[in-house]
Design a protein around this ligand. Structure first.
Ligand code: ADQ
Length: 486
C-alpha cells in the first residue's frame, strides 16, 4: 500500500475506467478489496504485468476517500464521487442520457444541464488524477462512455502522453447523436486521443461522420486532423474498430474440468431433465431484448409449437442500475411476463421459465453454458455482447445452438450463429424453433466454426492490437519533424 508520506509514484502505463477492477467489501473486518474478473480486467491485466501499470477509477462507494494501493501487481488509484455526483454523472448523464442515446434511443434519453455539469466535473477529476501519476511519455488507455471528455482534458494537461480511448458501447448514427445538446463537446473530448477504438467498423464510421457533420472537420480514411482551441497543439487522431473478445482459453479449460461437467449435468437434473434447455444470461437491461425473447418463447408454448414438458427456459438476469426508472420498469415487465407464462404453462413437475435475479460466480456460469442446448442472445442493440462468446468458448463438446441478434457487435464475428431480428417476434419464434430442432450435425458444424474464430480472436489479441497501434501512432507523432498542422 502506498501511503501519503511517499512521493507520488509515476507509471508508464495507466488504465482509466469508471470503476476500479475491484470492489470494496465492507462486510469483512477489516474491509477488504475483491477483484472482479471481467473482460476488461482479463484483457488489460497481462499488459499491466509487462509494464508498470496503474488503474484510475471509482471504488464503488460514495462519499468515501481511499488511498491508492497495490493489488495483484496493479497500482490502484481510487477517484472519489459524492452522492450527488453519483446521481448526476453516473446514474444521470452516463446511464440515463448517453446509454439510451447510444443504444438507438430504445428508451427516451433525458437531457439535464445539472447532469452535464457533473459529468464535466467528474471527467476533470479523473483527468487530473491520471496527469499526476503518468510518467513522461506514458501510455494512458481511457475506457468507455462515462469518460469521453477525459482524452482532450488529459492532452491539455499532458501533451507528451500517448492517449487511447475505447468505447465499449455502440456509437450511434449522426441522426440520433445530433439530439445531444453537448454533442460538439463530447466529440472534441474523444478527439483528444491519438487512437479512438470502437467495437464495430460501423461505430467508427458513425463517429467520423459526427466529426465531419457536427464539427465540420474533414476525415481521411481513419484519420482526423485535430487542433486544440488555442491552436498551439495539433495531432492526428485515428478512429477505427477493435472488436473486444474474452479469455477463451481459460473458459475452455474451465468447461473441460470434471467439476464443471458434473455440475452441468446436475443443473439439468435439478431442472427436471428437460429435453431442451434454453438459456438467457444478461444484465437486466432494456437493451438486451429479454422481454422479446420471453414473449417469443411464451407464444411458442401458446401455439403448441413447443409442448409443455419439452423445453425449459432459464433466464439469469443480473441486477443492474436498480435506482433508474427505466430499469425498474424492465424488471417489472420481465417478471410479469415470466409469471404469466408460468401461470399458463407450468405443471407441478415442470416449470416453463426459471428466472433468477442475481449474479453467479464464473464456475456456475460456465456450468450453465455447458448445460444449455440453445443460447438466446436477443439484444436490441449491444456494443459486442460477451455472453455469446462465453457460450461458444464453453462448448468444448462442439454442441449447442446460438441464437444471436443481428444488432450485436458479436454477430460480425460469430457469423455461423442463427441470426435474428429480435423486433420481429414471428421471425424470432421461427428461429428459436429452428435452433431447438437443429440436427446434431449442423449444430456441430456451426459450433466448430465459431470456436475456431474465438481461438484466434481472444481478449489478449484485442488489447495487444489496440496498444500496439496506439504506440505506433504516438511514436509517429513524437518523431514528426513538421510542427503543428496550420
Ligand atoms: P455488458 O452490457 O455488461 O457490457 P456483456 O458484453 O454481455 O454486456 O457482458 C456481460 C458480462 O457479465 C459477461 O461477462 C457475463 O458473463 C457477465 N454476467 C451477466 N450476467 C451474469 C450473472 N447473472 N452472473 C454472473 N455474470 C454475469 C458492455 C457492453 C457490451 C460489451 C462489453 C465489453 O454493453 O456490448 O460487449 O461491455 O466491451
Amino acid at each position: 500500500t502506498t501511503s501519503t508520506d511517499h512521493p507520488t509514484p509515476s507509471f508508464d502505463f495507466v488504465v482509466m475506467a469508471n470503476r476500479l477492477p475491484v470492489d470494496r467489501d465492507d462486510s469483512q473486518d477489516p474491509p477488504a478489496w475483491k477483484t472482479s474478473p471481467g473482460g476488461l480486467v482479463t484483457g488489460v491485466a497481462p499488459v499491466m504485468q509487462e509494464r508498470t501499470g496503474a488503474w484510475v477509477g471509482w471504488a464503488g462507494a460514495v462519499d468515501a476517500e481511499f488511498e491508492p494501493f497495490d493489488l495483484d501487481g496493479m497500482h490502484l488509484v481510487p477517484v472519489p464521487l459524492s452522492g450527488k455526483e453519483f446521481e448526476r454523472y453516473y446514474e444521470g448523464f452516463s446511464n440515463a442520457t448517453l446509454w439510451p442515446l447510444y443504444h438507438d434511443v430504445i428508451v427516451h434519453p433525458e437531457y439535464h444541464r445539472t447532469w452535464w455539469d457533473a459529468y464535466v466535473r467528474v471527467n476533470e477529476r479523473f483527468a487530473r488524477r491520471a496527469a499526476e501519476i503518468a510518467a513522461p511519455d506514458a501510455t494512458v488507455w481511457v475506457h468507455d462512455y462515462q469518460l469521453q471528455l477525459v482524452p482532450q482534458m488529459l492532452r491539455d494537461l499532458r501533451p507528451d502522453l500517448a492517449i487511447g480511448f475505447f468505447n465499449h458501447i455502440p456509437f450511434p448514427a449522426w441522426e440520433i447523436f445530433a439530439q445531444l445538446p453537448w454533442r460538439a463537446q463530447i466529440t472534441r473530448g474523444m478527439l483528444g486521443a491519438d487512437l479512438i477504438g470502437f467495437q464495430r467498423p460501423a461505430d467508427a464510421a458513425n463517429f467520423r461522420r459526427a466529426v465531419r457533420i457536427g464539427l465540420g472537420r474533414p476525415t481521411k480514411d481513419t484519420a482526423i486532423a485535430v487542433q486544440d482551441e488555442s491552436g498551439a497543439h495539433s495531432h492526428t487522431s485515428h478512429a477505427r474498430s477493435f472488436p473486444i473478445s474474452i479469455d477463451a482459453t481459460s473458459l475452455d479449460e474451465l468447461a473441460r474440468s470434471e467439476r464443471i461437467i458434473a455440475r452441468a449435468a446436475e443443473i439439468r437434473r435439478e431442472l427436471g431433465d428437460p429435453e431442451v434447455l434454453l438459456l438467457g444470461v444478461d444484465r437486466l437491461d432494456y437493451t438486451k431484448g429479454i422481454r422479446h425473447r420471453i414473449k417469443a418463447f411464451g407464444e411458442l408454448l401458446d401455439d403448441g409449437a413447443i409442448k409443455p414438458g419439452e423445453a425449459t427456459l432459464v433466464q439469469i438476469a443480473t441486477p443492474s442500475r436498480e435506482r433508474i426508472d427505466q430499469y425498474r420498469k424492465i424488471r417489472h415487465d420481465v417478471e410479469q411476463s415470466v409469471g404469466r407464462i408460468n401461470g399458463e404453462h407450468s405443471t407441478l413437475d415442470h416449470q416453463a421459465v426459471h428466472y433468477f435475479h442475481h449474479s453467479y460466480p464464473r464456475d456456475e456460469m460456465a456450468a450453465y453454458y455447458l448445460a444449455a442446448d440453445v443460447m438466446l442472445v436477443t439484444a436490441l442493440r449491444d456494443g459486442m455482447n460477451l455472453v455469446a462468446k462465453e457460450y461458444v468458448a464453453c462448448r468444448t463438446d462442439d454442441d449447442g445452438a446460438l441464437v444471436l441478434s443481428e444488432f450485436t457487435g458479436a454477430a460480425e464475428q460469430l457469423t455461423q450463429a442463427v441470426m435474428v431480428n429480435p423486433y420481429d417476434i414471428t421471425g424470432l419464434k421461427a428461429k428459436i424453433l429452428s435452433a431447438v430442432r437443429m440436427p446434431p450435425a449442423e449444430r456441430s458444424r456451426r459450433m466448430k466454426a465459431m470456436r475456431r474464430k474465438l481461438r484466434t480472436d481472444d481478449v489478449r489479441t484485442w488489447s495487444r492490437n489496440f496498444l500496439g497501434t496506439l504506440d505506433d501512432l504516438a511514436d509517429t507523432r513524437r518523431s514528426a519533424t513538421v510542427p503543428a498542422l496550420q
